[in-house]
Design a protein around this ligand. Structure first.
Ligand SMILES: Nc1ncnc2c1ncn2[C@@H]1O[C@H](COP(=O)(O)OP(=O)(O)OP(=O)(O)O)[C@@H](O)[C@H]1O
Ligand SMILES: [Mg+2]
Length: 324
């Protein structure tokens, strides 16, 4: 935990992310928190799950982030008949050269927008698993490395909606954070009518940074200092989820790792070279809630993961703030 993210580095980070944020907000009205969450996940090298009802701008947000960065972007529309090889790629025999050639699938890009991910079959969903965690793809015993940065932004409708397959736990665990977008406030919705009725402003959105620059920002975030006290607090939170009688499945060590990585990005975005316990506290819901499964009794009593987690967070003392 080095802790030598310099002031100049943090200034660069603020400048570039400020540009990206402003760019996205040209096409997403009144949703600064969701835009900020997307930036945190990108800088922490995580993957983002956007879950909400139809028509609130999930696809719009994913595309706006992808367009803001000059890098390779691919969109995979998940449907029940999408095949695993559409995601990963396939070896095909070339008649002329008489050799097998690899045709890369949809994940070969810096930013992969996986739209309506829970409409694909579990088999196809799981094809994404190796790619997301290991940043590589194996087809016919050959392993192909994915580019850096590599970020999956997946959108899905809530699981109770028709025609969806719930994502398996292992796959949910690979998303650093889950956010919902929510309805815009009245003024923002009216602003949307002004700017969106005739044409979608997304079509005119220009990139304001590139993959190499984002790579540098990711390195800067990596330098942010995490104290022992902050580490212990993160572990105390995830441990508490594992001990909760209301939960059938608690948070994994991967979740703890994601919590701390995301907190480093939040700290850097606030111009700090060290993580505060409050950074962890503020991220506990978006980073942990989607990984938890309520026990049968809790579920029958109408308790959601979010509500149970709220109680758990409240029960773990937040340590004193400080750099050490
Ligand atoms: N907050 C917002 N600001 C600007 N435009 C918005 C906002 N919310 C929704 N829209 C507009 O509504 C339309 C639908 O958005 P989008 O396609 O992103 O929805 P979605 O959440 O992906 O829906 P679905 O679940 O059906 O795929 C787009 O034209 C988008 O510009
Ligand atoms: Mg959509």
């Amino acid at each position: 935990m080095s802790g030598n993210a310099g002031g100049a580095d943090l200034d660069t980070l603020a400048r570039v992310t400020g540009r990206v944020r402003a760019n996205i907000e040209k096409v997403i009205e009144g949703k600064p928190d969701v835009v900020a969450a997307a930036l945190v996940v990108m800088l922490a090298e995580g993957h983002l799950l956007i879950e909400d009802v139809p028509g609130v701008g999930k696809t719009q947000l994913s595309k706006a982030l992808a367009r803001s960065i000059d890098c390779s972007v691919r969109r995979i529309q998940f449907t029940p008949d999408l095949l695993p090889s559409d995601v990963t790629g396939v070896s095909v025999f070339n008649q002329d050269t008489r050799e097998f050639e690899f045709r890369p699938g949809g994940v070969f890009a810096n930013i992969v927008v996986g739209d309506e991910i829970n409409r694909a079959s579990p088999k196809t969903q799981s094809a994404l698993l190796e790619c997301m965690e290991e940043r590589q793809v194996t087809v016919d015993n050959t392993t192909y490395l994915l580019d850096r940065p590599f970020m999956v932004i997946a959108t899905q409708n809530p699981i109770e909606m028709e025609g969806t397959y719930a994502l398996p736990e292992a796959q949910r665990d690979r998303f650093m954070a889950r956010v919902s977008v929510g309805y815009p406030v009245e003024a923002a919705e009216i602003a949307m009518l002004d700017s969106h009725t005739d044409a979608n402003p997304l079509d005119d959105l220009e990139p304001v940074t590139d993959a190499a620059e984002i790579g540098k920002l990711i390195d800067i975030v990596g330098q942010v200092h995490v104290s022992q006290a902050v580490q212990r607090y993160a572990v105390a939170l995830t441990t508490a989820t594992r001990r909760s009688p209301e939960l059938h499945l608690g948070a994994s060590p991967r979740a703890t790792l994601h919590l701390v990585r995301a907190a480093k990005a939040v700290a850097a975005l606030q111009g700090r070279d060290y993580v505060l316990p409050d950074d962890i506290h503020g991220l506990a819901q978006p980073v942990l809630a989607h990984r938890l499964l309520p026990s049968v009794e809790a579920a029958m009593g109408g308790r959601t993961s979010t509500a149970i987690l709220e109680g758990i967070i409240g029960g773990v003392p937040v340590p004193e703030a400080g750099r050490a």
